[in-house]
Design a protein around this ligand. Sequence first.
Ligand code: A2P
Length: 427
Amino acid sequence: MGREDQPPTPRDPVAFCNIRCRVQVKNLITMGEKHSKPKPHVDCGNFPFLNDNNTVQLIKEAHTFFILRGLPGSGKSTIGSKISETYQASIACAFADPLGISPMVEEAESSDSWYAKVDEKIQEGLKEMRKVIVVDDNHHNAERLTYLIDLARDNDYIVLIVTPKTEWKDNCEMLAKKNQWKLSVKQLDTIKQGFQEHIIPYYFGWFLLRKSAKEMREKAEGFLNLLSSNDEFLEEFRTNVQWHSEEEFNIQEYFQKRPSVLHCTTKFCGYGTVPDCELYSSSKAVAENYGKAFTLNVTALFVTPRTVGARVLLDTDQKLLWPRKELCEDGSDSEEKTDLPFGSRSHITLACAPGVKSLQTGLDLLKILKLMKAGNKPEQQLETAEGLLCCYGEGRWIVDLTKPVEVKTLFSGFYPKKKPTTESEGN
Ligand code: A2P
C-alpha cells in the first residue's frame, strides 16, 4: 500500500482534525457538483430544510449559509450530500470527499493556506451570490466558526449551524467504528472535550429573506414619509421629542439608527448569559423548527419618541417558539405583568432614535397595547393611506394596516461575536 493509501496516524487528534481540514481542500467539490461516490444511507435526522416542502421552496429563494458541525463520523457529510441533492441548481460547497485522502498534504501546506483555499471557494460562492453555501468541517475551532459566521452575515446570508441528529453523534465508541479517519475512542474523546455541541446564539428569531427585508424597509420609509407630511401628527409628536438641530424637525433624520438585520426576536440569549436561555435553546420546539420557513403576518406599524416598529401577529405554530417567560431588562415578566395575550410583544424593530436600544421597541409596543386594553380611547385619530393612525399620548402612535404584510422568514439564531452595528454606524 502506498503512503497515500494509508490512514493517517495522528499524535494529537485535534491537530489531526486540522490535517483533515487541509485534506478537504483537495476534495472540495466544485459549484453545483455532486459527491463523486455515493455514501451508504445514513438517517441523519429530520431537518426542515431537507424534508419540509415549504422550507425547501423558501430556501431556493433565500440566501442561506449552512455550517455543518460535529464530531468525525457523526453524519455531517450525509447532511451535506442531501443538501447538495436538494439545492443542486444554486449551491456552492466546501466539503470533503472521504476517499482519496493524502496525508502528504500535511507536510506541504500550513493550516493557513488550507483555510485560504477553502475561503477562496466560499468567496466564489458569495461573489456568484449562490442561494445556498455549505461548509462541512468539524468546526470545533471557535475562532474559525466566528470568522465564517461573520463572513456570512456581512454578505447578508442567513446562517444555519447544523449538527447531525444521529443517535451516535456524541458516542465515541460508535464514532470510532464509523469515522473514516480511523480515529480511536481516546482520540475522539479528546476532540469531544473541546467540542461545545450546543452553541447558544446572541438571540433566536425569524430572519427576513432579502426580498421581504427590502419590502419592510420600504414600508418603514413610506410610513415615516407619511408621518412627516402630516401636520397634526407632527404637532403632537414634536412636543415629545428632543430635537437639538437648528434645522426643522426631520423624522427620517431623527430615527437614524436602522437595524442591519431585519428580524423578529423570539428569545434573547446574550450568548448564554440570560437566565433560562439554555432551556429554550435545547427545547423540542427549537430543535424541530431550526432552519424552518415561516411567514409572519405584520398587522400594524407604530412609532414612539424612541422607536419605530412593526407589530407581528403570531399564529399557533409560531407561538410554539415564543418563550414562556418574556423577561424585561429589569427582570420583570413583561407580558404577564401587562396581562396581554401570549406573544403580544412580537415585533420587528425598524428604527430607533439615537442612544435607544432596539429592545425598547418591544417595550413600546407592550405599552401601547396595554393602554388599548385598559380601554383608553385614542387622543387623536387620523385617516392615512395605511389605515387609521391612532395616538395614545406622549408621542405614541399606531396604525392597524388595512393591508397586512406577509413577510417570509427562516427561524435561526444570530451568532456574530462582533457587536451588531446599525446602518448609520457604517454597516
Ligand atoms: P428587538 O427584538 O426589539 O429588535 P442589540 O441591538 O441591543 O444588541 O439587540 C439585538 C437584538 O436582540 C435586538 O433585535 C433586540 O431587540 C433584541 N434584544 C436585545 N436585548 C434584549 C432583551 N433584554 N430582551 C429581549 N430582546 C432583546
